[in-house]
Ligand binder design. Structure first.
Ligand code: NDP
Length: 293
């Protein structure tokens, strides 16, 4: 078993991003700028947004966090999105999900100017990705592709089983892995909660990408010896043994699956760190007008 080390790869790519950000500052007189909107104080969301902001600073981006109380109206939030869309000094805008129940996440996602949608969730970006056109690729799948590329994992002709079909992870991941590109060129099975023979499907997989949201869901008896395992899951549980007061678990039973696999991502230290890299790369590309001119 070998580790797909998100810490190592993300640090390496962040150094490259920092060099490009410095060049951008030298030529344009400003830093790439990411704005994040956070509604309420969900523990997980607080941590993820704080980490995104911190990483922006690290690579020489400007970052701004706009916070709203959980009682903010949909109208107020949409108004703020509109305002940021029009601000030429902002390159990327993300609205941290989940949002409170009274706010429609689809409306908010569609309200973001697709040219600033560095999370890659807007239908225009997803549609363009589907057609293999320049676009912002959703940050987590993008990060996973960067990880596979960095380790020169040969994916051609492999059977990739994606577990989970969300719009932000599983579905875009399945499209990217099936694409005629490198990494890519896989035969992809996209599975979900209605899949009747999940264990059999997983046992046929050369690559498993687990994006389910259930701690230790993928067990060793579901994994073919030598398979490559990508664990997207971030399941937070309170813990008395950690300083932060919580512990993160993946969707994969790492201790038992790792010995069976050829490559595996740890949680933490795997896909989560790569997601931030995907977000930073999209923000830089937006600042440099590489996607939409
Ligand atoms: P969603 O809840 O949106 O989707 C979960 C998917 O898993 C659904 O498609 C669901 O199927 C499927 N699923 C649920 N139960 C089963 C089951 N028993 N068998 C098969 N499939 C099942 O989650 P996300 O995609 O947003 O996130 C998935 C995980 O990844 C979470 O732990 C999340 O925290 C984490 N995450 C991590 C990121 C990172 O940076 N590392 C970024 C984003 C998410 P159905 O559609 O039928 O309901």
């Amino acid at each position: 078993m070998k580790l797909l080390d998100g810490k190592f790869v993300s640090e390496k790519i962040k150094q490259e991003i920092a060099v490009e950000a410095a060049d951008f500052l030298a030529t344009s007189g400003r830093k790439p700028h990411l704005v994040a909107i956070l509604v309420g104080n969900d523990g997980g969301s607080e941590t993820y947004v704080a980490s995104k902001m911190k990483n922006c600073e690290k690579v020489g981006f400007q970052s701004s966090l706009i916070r709203y109380d959980v009682t903010v109206t949909e109208e107020e939030l949409l108004q703020k999105v509109k305002e940021i869309n029009q601000d030429a000094g902002v390159d990327g805008l993300i609205v941290q999900l989940p949002l409170p129940k009274h706010i429609d996440p689809e409306k908010v996602t569609e309200a973001i100017d697709h040219r600033k949608d560095v999370d890659g969730f807007h239908p225009i970006n997803l549609g363009r990705m589907m057609r293999n056109l320049p676009c912002f690729i959703p940050a987590t799948p993008y990060g996973i592709m960067l990880m596979l590329k960095s380790y020169e994992i040969d994916t051609v002709g492999k059977h990739c089983v994606v577990v989970g079909r969300s719009n932000i992870v599983g579905s875009p991941m399945s499209i990217l892995m099936a694409r005629n590109a490198n990494p890519g060129n896989c035969t992809v099975s996209l599975t979900h909660s209605r899949t009747t023979n999940l264990k059999e499907m997983c046992l046929q997989a050369d690559i498993i990408i687990a994006a389910i949201g259930k701690k230790n869901f993928i067990t060793a008896d579901m994994v073919k010896p030598g398979a490559i395992i990508i664990d997207v899951g971030m399941n937070r549980e309170t813990s008395e043994t950690t300083k932060s007061g919580y512990k993160l678990y993946g969707d994969v039973d790492f201790d038992n699956v790792a010995p069976v696999s050829s490559w595996i991502t740890p949680v933490p230290g795997g896909v989560g760190l790569m997601t931030i890299v995907g977000l930073l790369k999209n923000t830089l590309a937006s600042a440099k007008k590489e996607i939409y001119g």
